[in-house]
Write a protein that binds this ligand. Structure first.
Ligand code: SF4
Length: 687
């Protein structure tokens, strides 16, 4: 029509924030996004959006964007051409490889960027540099999920779909503050409860979901294994478990039973601080509705016993016969928009794309043939081992792609010390941040909506991310940067767009993705596994209890306390997490005016009882001190937090919880215990 020139263009894409993967419509006018709306009746969000998806887009137009390659000289960054910066990186990587071997180089990929970017980065490290030293931030969140569920079920992914959240009749939510971290998913659960579904909530905090729960179990931080063992004790003792399912679909029940018998409700109550009758009541109620849906997030994984916690949730759901059915299963909510995808793409030190093991000969031959190179069969380093390697000089060159590790890793002082020790640090990013300060070369990358690609959400759905606007200055796609470095190291790669990388490489190599091509995901995406081009995708895994690994594996688990517990000097337990209005270290949301107006600073949340005892009022300035550091911030006195606990986020550099957190790791997944360390809180004088 006549007025058409004045109307905004509409571009469908996928939200750049959390792992729900909501479908958005970008309203683009004069080269700028001016508004975002939901895509009605699209999977998974049915048109719904949260505050981040709706208002968190203006960061891409920020004047602070990186627009040209930067090289550090005499401690100062200067602008450089792409050729100069790419040549420098390729030369330096080759020099390090020659002098110290390929394993002296390591890379950290990005769970925020597209699958195609992560694929090319792991390919650069494996096929060009020659090492499996590639990892990403799943290490700090859901690595225990990948490891734990793979042991229990044979596949380390969320079993069911967000569509089930509005249909399920019973929810068991443990360690998941969905309302803030996965807001749209939480709205479906709340709707289901309003329609009559039952919700049992396990969380040390009285989160917003408490108002929807028939039972809230405010257990002590880090006692999940004891609680779940206690619940299973009741289920077995009272004969409430699914005997037929256990017999037909699982192995290891006898071992589980022997261990669980020691966790009477009384003993579980002693460890968790809960009432034994509450544990009995919860177990009976849980068994009364079938199937029940178990949902968890980082309250389960970010512990030194993270893998055990994950396998405990799997034990519980197998005992109840709830895995392999619509509205059942074990459902870890993945945090970042593409952390599922970064794992699927093999940005992990032990697997190629599609979870094919690097130390499996057949897999290795397959990738050697496809990439036409020789590959190393040694499992690479995980992120904490990379940082330690910088310190002991076994890692000389580190490539960090889109991760602000100087703020996100536990114990900031330690991480920054390691980064300082790097002989050669390369960073791709869209903004200068706390991590880019340490770089020798910074590549300016395109952001979400400036390039095409795919994200894979928590429910394994591969969805398109479309280009809507031009990147600023000389910013280039991340996949292109990796391809250019590979080219300068003697490897010419053919694929020259997100579509080519996916269609011609990823979907040919990863069997789960074989049936996914760009032409098939123009509207709603597809949930892997999609084994062939006619397959419609897989809304839930392990159908009817037929597990990827054959029988499901029960694992008998003993409870162990967190690595650091409260004592006289540090009498409180700090637990950390996320808040609704911001996303991680705010490199994006911190540049969205609306979101900053909603929440502009960090607080330390403390209980009413502890506040009274310490003489602290809401809004007072306090100092929170751990064995590793101290921060000063504002106290928020709230009934949400139980006595003995402090709760903080890590969104703001000032007052960031990670100055305090403990880098004690789960021994299998090397995921740090962000959810528990010992602190004390001191009231500061009036300023
Ligand atoms: Fe984006 Fe997650 Fe919010 Fe959906 S729920 S709009 S994916 S941040």
């Amino acid at each position: 029509g006549l007025s058409h020139a004045h109307e905004a263009d509409l571009v469908r894409t996928t939200c750049p924030y959390c792992g729900v993967g909501c479908q958005l419509r970008l309203h683009v006018k004069d080269g700028r996004i001016i508004k975002v709306t939901g895509v009605e009746s699209a999977q998974p969000n049915q048109g719904r959006l949260c505050v981040k998806g709706r208002f968190g887009y203006d960061f891409i137009h920020s004047s602070e964007r990186l627009t040209t390659p930067l090289i550090k000289e005499n401690g100062e960054f200067r602008e450089a051409s792409w050729d100069e910066a790419l040549n420098l990186v390729a030369d330096k990587f080759m020099e390090i490889k020659e002098k110290y071997g390929a394993d002296a180089l390591a890379g950290i990929s990005c769970a925020r960027s597209t699958n195609e970017d992560s694929y090319n980065m792991q390919k650069l490290f494996r096929a060009v540099i020659g090492t499996n030293n590639i990892d990403h931030c799943a290490r700090v969140c859901h690595a225990p999920t990948v490891a734990g569920l793979a042991q229990s079920f044979g596949s380390g992914a969320m079993t069911n779909s967000f569509a089930d959240f509005s249909k399920a009749k019973m929810f068991f939510v443990i360690g998941s503050n969905m309302t803030e971290a996965h807001p749209v998913a939480a709205t479906f659960v709340k709707n289901a409860v309003r329609k009559g579904a039952d919700l049992i909530l396990v969380d040390p905090r009285a989160t917003a979901l408490k108002d929807f729960a028939s039972i809230h179990m405010p257990l002590k931080v880090g006692t999940d294994v004891a609680l779940i063992n206690g619940l299973m004790n009741v289920l077995i003792t009272e004969g409430l478990y699914d005997k037929q399912y256990v017999q037909n679909c699982t192995r290891g029940f006898e071992g589980l039973q022997a261990t669980v018998m020691d966790y009477t409700p009384e003993r579980a109550a002693e460890i968790t601080g809960l009432d034994p009758d509450l544990i009995r009541r919860a177990a009976r109620r849980l068994a009364s509705v079938k199937p029940a849906m178990l949902i968890y997030t980082l309250g389960i994984t970010e512990h030194t016993c993270g893998v055990d916690n994950v396998m405990s949730t799997a034990n519980l759901q197998m005992l109840l016969g709830n895995v392999g059915f619509e509205c059942g299963g074990v459902n870890p909510l993945r945090g970042q928009n593409n952390v599922q995808g970064a794992c699927d793409m093999g940005a992990l030190p032990n697997v190629y794309p599609g979870y094919q093991k690097v130390d499996d000969v057949e897999s290795r031959f397959k990738f050697q043939d496809f990439w036409d190179v020789l590959l190393d069969d040694k499992i690479g380093r995980m992120m904490p081992e990379m940082f330690n390697g910088l310190k002991d000089k076994s890692i000389r060159g580190l490539y960090i792609f889109g991760e602000n590790v100087a703020n996100t890793e536990p114990d900031i002082s330690h991480v920054e010390h390691c980064l300082e020790m790097a002989e050669f640090l390369v960073v791709n990013d869209i903004f200068p941040n706390e991590t880019t300060r340490f770089a020798d070369v910074i590549f300016p990358a395109t952001a979400w909506s400036e390039d095409e690609g795919t994200f894979t959400n928590s429910e394994r759905r591969v969805s398109l991310v479309r280009k809507a606007v031009e990147a600023p200055g000389e910013a280039r796609p991340n996949w292109w940067i990796f391809k250019e470095i590979a080219g300068r190291m003697g490897h010419q790669w053919d694929s020259n767009s997100g579509a080519e990388i996916w269609d011609n490489e990823i979907s040919c190599l990863a069997p789960q993705m074989a049936g996914i091509k760009y032409s098939r995901i123009q509207n709603d995406g597809l949930q892997w596994p999609v084994p062939d081009l006619n397959h419609k995708g897989t809304p839930y895994l392990h159908k009817d209890g037929c597990f990827t690994c054959g029988l499901g594996n029960f694992k008998a688990l003993e409870w162990a306390p967190p690595a650091e517990v409260a004592d006289e000097k540090y009498p409180l337990v700090l637990s950390t997490g996320r808040r609704l209005y911001h996303y991680h270290t705010r490199t994006q949301t911190g540049r969205c005016q609306g979101l900053n107006d909603l929440l502009g600073k960090e607080t330390a949340d403390i209980s009413i009882a502890d506040a009274r005892h310490l003489g602290i009022s809401d809004g007072d300035r306090v100092r929170v001190v751990s064995r590793r550091g101290k921060v000063e911030l504002t106290a928020r006195v709230t009934p949400e937090v139980q006595q003995g606990m402090v709760w903080m986020a890590f969104h703001f550099r000032e007052g960031c919880a990670n100055w305090l957190t403990n880098q004690a790791y789960d021994p299998v997944s090397m995921t740090a215990e962000y959810k528990a360390c010992a602190v004390r809180v001191e009231k500061l004088g009036c300023s």
